[in-house]
Design a protein around this ligand. Structure first.
Ligand SMILES: CC(C)(COP(=O)(O)OP(=O)(O)OC[C@H]1O[C@@H](n2cnc3c(N)ncnc32)[C@H](O)[C@@H]1OP(=O)(O)O)[C@@H](O)C(=O)NCCC(=O)NCCS
Length: 330
């Protein structure tokens, strides 16, 4: 079987910077609390009228160009997001339309923080099997329109930001590029990090009572997320290394989902890696869910943090709970 590699990366960050100081004007919080607990100093928020597909398209244009391709060369696209422009349909079809692509397949993935890695694994399989040559993978989120910016929502709303990232996956020689993907879920924890409404289990799916009860805002059991994340990240990274006959000492860099700086620091410690080998940009963008890994990957690729031949491990953990890793020979 042939290999599959990332041919180009791109990112899109809305220009509006929202600092921790700005959040203190909206809710009862402090800059110190946010930095100490999460490592986040600022995040980006879109202007009204911008949907996840707009950020996805912006990142995709860059990724396709860097791959030396045009939108017409893309044979399939996968869009990972929990904040699709519409409830139905998903965001993928908007990318097909806005980029003037042929009537290619557009698959939506909604595994939240691991969405990009789930999507990447599909692209990997399609390219390795020869089903498609060039697959566009996008992770993009608009969180800002869905956050409770009152004190009642402060535990969640200080964490999340908007952004988009994209990669193009194409053929390579075997052993170069994406070596393997590892995907997991444990649905008994689905309600530890969730947004309940709209819900197909009730009629109507969204009501004034639900809004009054704040069920359309995300609920997070922060302790549970933290405790599971610090266990699952190292586990799924070790799984990827073992599957390829490698060890932690072979790694050039780990690029984790930017959930929380303290989680990334705990992961570095658990793996016995110096903090510099576990990439972090959360202080600038907050947690951008499905967008965080492709944004971080693009920063690493364009700023010389990863070079040809490096062994790169992408990893993520989040709502579901789901967790995943992808091992890449760059
Ligand atoms: C959310 C998280 C930062 C909270 O940190 P913590 O040390 O566990 O804090 P606690 O939940 O015990 O809350 C401590 C206090 O801070 C308060 N608090 C919560 N959010 C706050 C905020 N934004 N500003 C100020 N105080 C806040 C709480 O109300 C609580 O007050 P109390 O002690 O009077 O009840 C932490 O649990 C965490 O990092 N979890 C993982 C979250 C994550 O990564 N999510 C993304 C998943 S992909």
């Amino acid at each position: 079987m042939r290999g599959a590699r990332i041919l180009g990366t791109g990112r899109a960050l809305p220009p509006r910077v929202v600092t921790n100081a700005e959040l203190t004007t909206m809710m009862d919080t402090t800059e110190e609390w946010i930095v100490q607990r999460t490592g986040i100093r600022e995040r980006r928020f879109v202007e009204p009228g911008t949907g996840a597909s707009d950020l996805g398209v912006e990142a995709a244009r860059v990724a396709i160009e860097r791959a030396g391709l045009t939108p017409k060369d893309i044979q399939f696209l996968i869009f990972a997001t929990l904040s699709s422009d519409l409830f139905i349909p998903g965001a993928g079809v908007f990318v097909q339309e806005k980029m003037g692509m042929d009537t290619i397949g557009a698959l939506d993935v909604r595994t939240q923080c691991t969405g990009f890695l789930y999507a990447l694994s599909v692209a990997e399989a399609y390219v390795k099997s020869g089903f498609h040559d060039y697959v566009l993978v996008i992770g993009a989120e608009v969180h800002s329109t869905g956050l409770d910016m009152s004190t009642a929502g402060r535990d969640v709303s200080v964490i999340f930001g908007d952004g988009g990232g994209a990669v193009v996956v194409g053929p390579s020689e075997a052993g170069v590029g994406i070596l393997s993907s590892h995907l997991h879920s444990e649905g008994k924890y689905a309600r530890e990090l969730m947004t309940e409404a709209p819900t197909s289990a009730e009629s109507p799916r969204i009501s004034k009572e639900m809004l009054d009860d704040r069920r359309h805002f995300a609920f997070m059991n922060g302790r549970a997320v933290f405790n599971h994340a610090v266990r699952r990240f190292p586990e799924v990274i070790h799984e990827a290394l073992a599957a390829n006959g490698m060890t932690v000492s072979d790694l050039s860099i780990v690029i984790p989902h930017q959930a929380n700086l303290r989680i990334s620091q705990a992961v570095a410690k658990a793996l016995g890696l110096p903090p510099g080998k576990v990439f972090s940009n959360i202080e600038k963008y907050g947690n951008t869910t499905a967008a965080s890994v492709p944004i971080a990957l693009d920063e690493c690729a364009t700023e010389g943090r990863i070079r040809a031949g490096d062994l790169v491990c992408l990893a993520a953990f989040g709502s579901g709970f789901t967790w995943a890793s992808s091992l890449i020979r760059w």
